[in-house]
Design a protein around this ligand. Structure first.
Ligand code: ADP
Length: 475
């Protein structure tokens, strides 16, 4: 079985969030199970990959009035072929999705080009059985396979899986994009590509894919409700028969305190002494008092409405009055960044904030903190709470999406209602529990023993790919 994954980011080449972690690890886990998997993504200006080589000089991409002379580069990563679509006009820019002025106005064209290049790769370079399309950036591909390319001899029998990593980002564009992208207007209606008068790339994936997945079982249920459906809940209920939730795994070769090169000291479930050294190092790095007895809460996140940090700011006065310290790493919404900075300026002994994206520091916060806070409004899967479990850092989470599927009362603390009171109550329970070192250490051990490696989840994707026959075995 040959599977071509199509996505806008993949670690370690380009990353803004959990999507990249999935694309960095799932393909190798699938390859281990015996499938041949490759990934295609844009060659952004920031992509650095040792051993990257040009394998295809001219792959013309045409749609609507557009023509792009792309080239394909390839690098082998964890035994998986990663193809990069080289098209400087589209991808050689300061950001991945946008810059300080906002999203790039031609993102629909940039990702339609990725989609068409993926088809070109399937025709000429990597004969594909299943296109596994990730998020709206690859959403047009299932549509094209069922329509414009339905009779293409090179693609006959190919199928598509569409994975929703975050329904909050839908790739909706003005109706004029239909013509710009060379789509047939006959499909621009409510049961097709149209979403309230706009072209929706997310909806294109949902409606036309042979199978839809999302990244946790709870999120698969939640997105079918008005509360979490972002207006797509009706469409998702219509297509519920082909929708499943498959929990993301994590890459323990990157996220394990025994072998993490970023930490002050390694540690394991059997010997937690290094965790104290990590805590001391983190307090020092963040400029907080080196008080090891005081509980330290870590946060690593994008600052976006989804993540629910407005709740923390609402209980800021109460929180700062507790015997606790906070180490925060985040970037995103400017008002949120400013609010955290302001609170830290008022309470420099208790709250330290770093604004930005810092991979090594994110590892040290996971290791050096006692607790990890994720009060998300919604969370499709969430990775940091899973990293926290492995790092013996007790998660405090809102029970939604993947947070509900990975944290239970034996390993962490959760709250249901999205209210400041509920968050405050959960933190209070955690602080009380911290005061009992024996029970706390037991809790740490239970969390560290949890296994969310990719093996089980990769097998579920494999079952999905294999639920019909293959093309290549007959060709
Ligand atoms: P999302 O994809 O919604 O941002 P996830 O929890 O699924 O949330 O994945 C977030 C990933 O991005 C994790 O690997 C996390 O460590 C990383 N991350 C998020 N914000 C930062 C940051 N400011 N600095 C470093 N890493 C970050």
């Amino acid at each position: 079985m040959k599977v071509l994954m199509v996505a806008s980011e993949a670690a370690p080449f380009a990353k803004t969030g959990g999507l990249a972690d999935v694309l960095g690890a799932l393909p190798a886990a699938l390859a281990k199970l015996g499938d041949e998997v490759a990934v295609v993504m844009p060659k952004y200006q920031s992509v650095r990959a040792e051993g990257l080589k040009r394998i295809w000089n001219l792959l013309p991409v045409t749609f609507g009035p557009s023509y792009f002379a792309t080239a394909i580069d390839e690098v082998l990563h964890n035994g998986v072929r990663y193809f990069f679509v080289d098209c400087p006009q589209l991808y050689h820019r300061a950001g991945i999705y946008g810059d300080s002025l906002g999203s790039y106005p031609d993102n629909h064209i940039r990702y339609a080009a990725l989609t068409h290049a993926a088809v070109g790769i399937a025709r000429s370079i990597f004969r594909t059985d299943v296109f596994h399309c990730h998020d709206w950036q690859a959403g047009l591909l299932p549509h094209l396979l069922k329509t414009a390319f339905a009779a293409d001899p090179a693609l006959l029998g190919t199928r598509s899986v569409f994975t929703i990593h975050n329904l909050g980002y839908q790739g909706n564009f003005p109706a004029s994009a239909v013509r710009e992208l060379g789509l047939d207007p006959v499909h621009f209606h409510m049961e097709g590509l149209e979403f309230y008068g706009q072209l929706s790339c997310m909806k294109a994936g949902i409606v036309y894919a042979d199978a839809i997945t999302t990244v946790s079982p709870t999120y698969a249920r939640e997105i079918q409700t008005p509360e979490h459906g972002f207006g797509m809940d009706g469409v998702l209920r219509t297509h519920a028969g082909k929708l499943t939730g498959i929990l993301n795994g994590v890459d323990y070769s990157v996220w394990s305190p025994e072998s993490d090169p970023h930490l002050a000291a390694p540690y394991s479930s059997g010997d937690l002494s290094g965790k104290q050294a990590c805590k001391r190092g983190l307090l020092r790095e963040m400029g907080l008092p080196e008080n090891l007895a005081r509980p330290l809460i870590g946060i690593v996140s994008r600052f976006a409405e989804q993540k629910g940090f407005d709740l923390i700011l609402e209980i800021g006065d109460w929180l700062m009055a507790q015997d606790v310290a906070l180490a925060v790493l985040g970037a995103g919404d400017a008002p949120m960044q400013d609010a955290f900075r302001a609170l830290a300026a008022q309470h420099p002994q208790k709250l330290a904030v770093r604004i930005g994206y810092a991979d090594a520091l994110s590892h040290r916060i996971e290791a050096g903190s006692d607790m990890f806070l994720m009060p998300s409004r919604y969370e499709p899967c969430g990775l940091n709470q899973i990293y926290s479990l492995r790092y013996g850092t007790i998660p405090i989470v809102r029970a939604t999406g993947g947070l509900a599927d990975t944290v239970d009362s034996s390993t962490g603390f959760s709250f249901d209602e999205f209210t400041p009171e509920a968050l405050q109550a959960a933190i209070t329970r955690a602080l009380h529990a911290f005061a009992n070192p024996t029970a706390w250490t037991d809790r740490i051990h239970r969390g560290m023993a949890k296994d969310f490696s990719w093996d089980a989840s990769a097998q579920k994707y494999r079952d999905l790919y294999h639920s019909h026959g293959t093309v290549t075995e007959f060709s």
